[in-house]
Design a protein around this ligand. Structure first.
Ligand code: ADP
Ligand code: MG
Length: 585
């Protein structure tokens, strides 16, 4: 395990390198030092021997000098040479002096001439060996300036160097062994510490922070451990903060009325809130990473998001999701963070808005249509009059009557519309509800309709009349009652009847019923008669000066007072309208 560790191998290699370099340097210096010491001791021995031979040689006559040199060589074990002051060899123990060249330039001899003693170590080509020379200036036959030179081969130096080398090799082996042991233990503790740091560092990004404390140390690894610990604390803070923030964001998104959907680049859902799940009607909650195609069957939304992913442009589009049968305005935008790409869509439910818009459009169309009929009639009859009918004594009066009737109709429509818009007027402060006597309002309404009823032969009558008060606006209650009575009279048969009753129902509620013996209303039209401009029989309504707005005004007025209006009817027999209003305490 340890041996395979790269750190161990590097440590070992550097230890070996260090040892090798040290040993090479050591070997170099030790060899030089030993050699120098050896040479020095040889020179000292040679000088001592030369000093002894010096006195002997001084008395030897020249012809015997050769023999003496050989004897002296045998005694000392050195080559003995005698050179005269000019550098010529006079005698030599190993060579014929005649054949020897002039020695005046040899370094040891030059030094001896000058200082009395000279040393030199040279390689001798003659015997192919390193030789140590020692020259001494001597006096021969009473004449100074002669040189006595001794030379020995440096064999002892080589052998003592070999011995030193062996010691160095052994010492290196021991050192290497010790280095190995040290490297082993050091790298083991080192790798263990690094492994601990690694575990700690990996713990920082994991789901749970490692709780383990790093052991304190003074070296670089210790410093690394300390900065990792500080980072861990900061990281923990950061993660806490981010998770709180994301929880907040998720709570906001989850509680939004708008549907929110986020997808990744392959159209898989990365986020969808409850509103979105409800809008597409399927799984709730939608599992993350689910392909959008499995959640939304309508291709429109997918195509929209694919387009946003492709172009990177925000898009806004109205679409209907079949599941919810509701209309949404979808705002889609690209979502990029780092290298991740995706898209987000916000679904705004505009079904109610659409419906209101349609109602408004229909209303405008209806109003225009309603206005066109009287206007066309007025214009037609006016033109007829202008083109000569004015002189037509028989018809001109009739035409003017028709024009007047249509003008009245226009006036009725205009005033009904004004009433309606006054009731709907947003922001208009409603008058504070006040106690209104029901009987008073009914009597006032009946007075308004008396003449008309008499004209049509319809009798107005009161049944059970409790003296009660309701909370509301007196004029508006009267208006509602007039509209209902008007219908009951207009859509009645000759010598028909209208009956009014007031009773208390339940806690704090007052019921007003209007029963007529009129033509009745077909069952299928009942739900629609409170709509604006809705008339069962247009011709008849117009004939009696109706606008189709009366009942919608009633409904509005009563509902504004927290009341309700309902109708029961039998075709050909009559209808009953019922108002329920809150009673004044
Ligand atoms: N008492 C009733 N008897 C029969 N039909 C009625 C009665 N009240 C209302 N209607 C029907 O409901 C329609 C809508 O009434 P309303 O809104 O008051 O308009 P109009 O201007 O025609 O009176 C009338 O055209 C009529 O067809
Ligand atoms: Mg009416």
């Amino acid at each position: 395990m340890t041996f395979r560790s790269p750190i161990f191998r590097k440590l070992l290699a550097s230890a070996f390198l260090l040892i090798a370099v040290t040993l090479v340097v050591l070997d170099f210096y030790l060899t030089r030092y030993t050699a120098a010491r050896e040479v020095q001791s040889v020179q000292q021995r040679l000088e001592a021997e030369a000093r002894i031979l010096e006195t002997e040689a001084a008395a030897v006559p020249l012809p015997e000098l050769e023999d003496w040199a050989r004897q002296a060589s045998q005694r000392t074990g050195a080559r003995v040479t005698i050179v005269d002051p000019k550098g010529l060899a006079l005698a030599d123990s190993h060579h014929d002096p005649e054949s020897m060249e002039n020695h005046a330039t040899r370094p040891e001899i030059v030094a001896a001439y000058q200082q009395g003693v000279g040393n030199s170590t040279r390689h001798s080509a003659t015997i192919n060996r390193d030789l140590c020379y020692m020259a001494l200036r001597v006096t021969y036959n009473g004449e100074p300036g002669y040189i006595l030179r001794l030379a020995v081969p440096l064999e002892g130096v080589d052998s003592s160097l070999a011995a030193i080398r062996w010691r160095i090799v052994w010492a290196s082996l021991y050192a290497a062994l010790v280095a190995l042991i040290f490297a082993y233990f050091f790298s083991q503790s080192f790798t263990q510490r690094i492994a601990r740091l690694r575990v700690f560092a990996e713990g920082l990004v994991g789901a749970h922070f490692s709780q383990a404390e790093l052991p304190p140390a003074d070296d670089e690894l210790g410093a690394l451990g300390r900065s990792l610990s500080t980072t861990a604390v900061q990281l923990r803070d950061l993660v806490d903060r981010v998770s709180v923030e994301s929880a907040q964001r998720e709570a906001i998104l989850a509680s939004m009325v708008e549907g929110v959907l986020a997808v990744d680049s392959s159209l898989r859902i990365t986020f969808a809130n409850d509103s979105f799940a409800r809008a597409v009607g399927g799984l709730n909650p939608i599992p993350a990473k689910m392909p959008l195609v499995e959640v939304v069957r309508a291709p429109e939304l997918r195509e929209l998001l694919a387009g946003v992913l492709g172009t990177g442009q925000s898009v806004k589009k109205r679409m209907q999701l079949p599941a919810a049968e509701r209309v949404f305005e979808v705002q889609a935008a690209p979502l990029t963070s780092g290298s991740a790409r995706g898209a987000i869509a916000i679904l705004h439910d505009i079904t109610d808005l659409e419906r209101l818009e349609r109602i408004r459009r229909d209303f405008v169309a209806n109003v225009s249509h309603e206005l066109r009929t009287p206007l066309t009639a007025i214009r037609g009859y006016t033109e007829t009059l202008l083109e000569g009918a004015l002189e037509d004594q028989e018809n001109n009066r009739r035409f003017l009557e028709i024009i007047k009737a249509h003008a009245i109709r226009l006036n009725n429509i205009a005033s009904d519309l004004l009433t309606l818009s006054g009731l709907e007027g947003a922001g208009k402060a409603r008058p504070d509800p006040e106690p209104v006597s029901v009987r008073g309002a009914i009597e006032s309404a009946m007075r308004t309709l008396e003449a008309e009823a008499r004209l049509r032969g319809v009798s107005l009558g009161c049944g059970r009349m409790e003296d009660l008060q309701v909370l509301g606006d007196r004029l508006q209650i009267e208006q509602a009652l007039v509209n209902l009575l008007d219908n009951a009279v207009k859509f009645n048969r000759p010598s028909g009847e209208v009956l009014l009753e007031v009773t208390r129902v339940g806690e704090g509620r007052v019921k007003i019923t209007l029963t007529d013996t009129g033509i009745g209303i077909p069952y299928e039209d009942l739900p629609r008669i409170f709509e604006r401009f809705y008339r069962v029989d247009k011709a008849r309504s117009r004939e009696v000066g109706g606008t189709g707005l009366g009942l919608s005004i009633v409904k509005h007025v009563i509902e504004r007072m927290n009341g309700t209006v309902s109708v029961e009817s039998q075709l050909g027999k009559g209808s009953t309208f019922t108002l329920i209003l809150p009673a004044a305490a």
